[in-house]
Design a protein. Structure first.
Length: 93
C-alpha cells in the first residue's frame, strides 16, 4: 500500500493557489492522515481537517490522537463527520 509522509498540496481559494499544505501522511493518494498529540480532539481540529480537505480536493481524512494510552481517531469525510472512536476495551496493549 503506497504511502507518502509529509505530502504537499497546493491550497486553492477561489481558483487561485494561496499556499501549500503538508499532510502528515497520504495513503494511496486518497486518504489523508493527520496525527495529533493533544489532550483531546477539539472542534477546531475537525474544522481544520475539513478546510484542508476542501483545499486539497480530497474527500477522506483520518484524524488520529495518540496523547494517551488509548488511541482516539475520527474519520472525516467532506459532508459527513463521525464521532471519535476508541478501540474496544481489552484490545489495547
Amino acid at each position: 500500500m503506497p504511502a507518502t509522509a509529509e505530502a504537499s498540496f497546493a491550497v486553492i481559494y477561489k481558483g487561485h493557489s494561496v499556499g501549500e499544505y503538508f499532510a502528515d501522511l497520504l495513503v494511496e493518494d486518497a486518504l489523508v492522515v493527520e496525527l495529533k498529540c493533544a489532550e483531546r480532539l477539539a472542534s477546531q481540529h475537525t474544522a481544520q481537517c475539513l478546510n484542508y480537505l476542501r483545499a486539497s480536493g480530497r474527500t477522506v481524512r483520518l484524524l488520529v490522537r495518540f496523547q494517551r494510552p488509548k488511541v482516539e481517531w475520527q474519520r472525516i469525510v467532506r459532508g459527513f463527520v463521525e464521532a471519535p472512536q476508541t478501540p474496544p476495551p481489552g484490545t489495547q496493549d
